[in-house]
Design a protein around this ligand. Structure first.
Ligand code: AMP
Ligand code: GLY
Length: 418
């Protein structure tokens, strides 16, 4: 029986642990550092996701057969490079390949060079030059910090005033550190996420999903890490999906091989269906969160085989997916994504008839309490979006906690079209 180490501590990692738990080959699962929910399905070990030496030492001492890396910070810290150098099987991209997420400029240059559709752009390290360029362009202007900024590095500036403030913060005050700013054209249309397992030129697609980034109903309020997601998007046709697969995901995998930094993990395309066709808004070098929580429950193949094949440069059996629809709703701490309190007791989970993934929880004196901005995600499954949605919303009321809120309109865009 195989021993697997999963690195990370959120809902995404809980979904990965849950999927590994369904593999008949997997005997023990460890998670570093994990969370309260994960600890019910795996052995949590208190090692930070960027502590490369600590993780490597643990994997060696415990005879780990395969390590799966969740968060981008761990990839950017070089976990995969270190594990490979030590001869250990690891699922995730090298530091060089992770640039597709960690550097917006790298990603934009790659797309331009290999003709992958995306918004036109220019990049700047000088404040005055950036401001002069933005002043002569139409608004809104899209300004992106060229580095990892925990989802806060993108500003859609409605006018020159806002653009000036954002550029000053990024280039003069170096709010996210020293780095360039990418200025790109503003695109419109529905957004969706297309995740694929990628090993070199081999690309294995997952079902499409749509995230809901704003905090409140009607897509209002501040941007969050994601408040809910669902699969089977009625606004994407089979032709759209095929176009995105061939001209975006496969072409990008090829491009990364040609550039000498082949992919060996998940390539996440954050895509938009614009009036001029499907274009890339961003790439991530990892599973999306909360998309993973709705996508992986649909995988019928043994995920250990898929991870191991990608980690070792071999080909997995064809992937099998359920035709069902999944829909997940996030329960977040009141105040999130701004200031919020932690430590509120959570009760009633044993009565919930749905998958529950923990995003930010811990045990305190034997009680389950809130420990993060996004706390739990409940997943409904059914034959249609409407059915999956009815199922999950019927269960949400059973979760008792004094400090949580959720959106009541996940998948509104799909239901309006039904
Ligand atoms: P990113 O971190 O690059 O995904 O950007 C965060 C969010 O900003 C995206 O999910 C979009 O909603 C929005 N955004 C980014 N780039 C553009 C663009 N070129 N046009 C319109 N909206 C964008
Ligand atoms: N759901 C967006 C992300 O994972 O970046």
């Amino acid at each position: 029986m195989k021993k697997v180490l999963v690195i990370g501590s959120g809902g995404r990692e809980h979904a990965i642990v849950d999927a590994l738990g369904r593999s008949p080959q997997v005997g023990r699962i460890f998670c570093a550092p994990g969370n309260a929910g994960i600890s019910l399905q795996a052995t949590c070990v208190p090692i930070k996701d960027t502590d490369v030496e600590g993780l490597l030492g643990f994997a060696r001492e415990n005879g780990i057969d395969l390590t799966v890396v969740g968060p981008e910070a761990a990839l950017a810290a070089g976990v995969v490079d270190a594990f490979r150098a030590a001869g250990l099987a690891v699922f995730g991209h090298t530091k060089a390949a992770t640039q597709i997420e960690s550097s917006k400029e790298f990603a934009k240059r790659l797309m331009l060079k290999y003709d992958v559709p995306t918004a036109a752009y220019r990049s700047f390290s000088d404040y005055e030059e950036a401001l002069a360029y933005v002043s002569g362009r139409p608004f809104p202007a899209v300004l992106k910090y060229d580095g990892l900024a925990a989802g806060k590095g993108v500003v859609i500036a409605a006018d020159l005033e806002e653009a000036k403030a954002a550029l000053a913060s990024m280039l003069l005050d170096e709010a996210f550190g020293k780095g360039k700013v990418v200025v790109e054209d503003f695109l419109t249309g529905p957004e969706f996420s297309f995740m694929c397992f990628v090993e070199g030129r081999n690309v294995y697609p997952m079902p499409l999903a749509q995230d809901h980034k704003r905090a409140f109903d009607g897509d209002k309020g501040p941007n969050t890490g994601g408040m809910g997601a669902y699969t089977q998007l009625p606004f994407i046709t089979d032709e759209d999906r095929q176009f995105a697969f061939e001209k975006i995901l496969c072409r990008t995998a090829e491009a990364m091989v040609a550039e000498g930094c082949p992919l060996s993990g998940v390539l996440y395309g954050g895509l938009m269906k614009t009036p001029q066709g499907i274009k890339v808004i961003e790439f991530n070098a990892r599973f999306g969160d909360p998309e993973t929580e709705v996508v992986l429950p649909l995988l019928q193949s043994d995920i250990y085989d898929v991870f191991y094949a990608v980690a070792t440069g071999t080909q997995p059996q064809p992937l099998r997916w359920s035709d069902d629809v999944t829909l997940g709703v996030v329960l977040a701490s009141k105040g999130y994504p701004g200031k919020y309190e932690k430590g509120y007791a959570i009760e009633g989970l044993e009565d919930v008839d749905a998958k529950i993934y923990h995003m930010g929880t811990k045990f305190e004196d034997g009680r389950l309490v809130t420990a993060g901005g996004r706390v739990l995600m409940l997943i409904g499954q059914g034959e249609s979006v409407a059915q999956a949605r009815r199922r999950v919303y019927a269960e949400l009321g059973k979760v008792r906690c004094a400090n949580l809120f959720c959106r009541t309109d996940i998948a509104h865009c799909a239901l309006e079209m039904e």
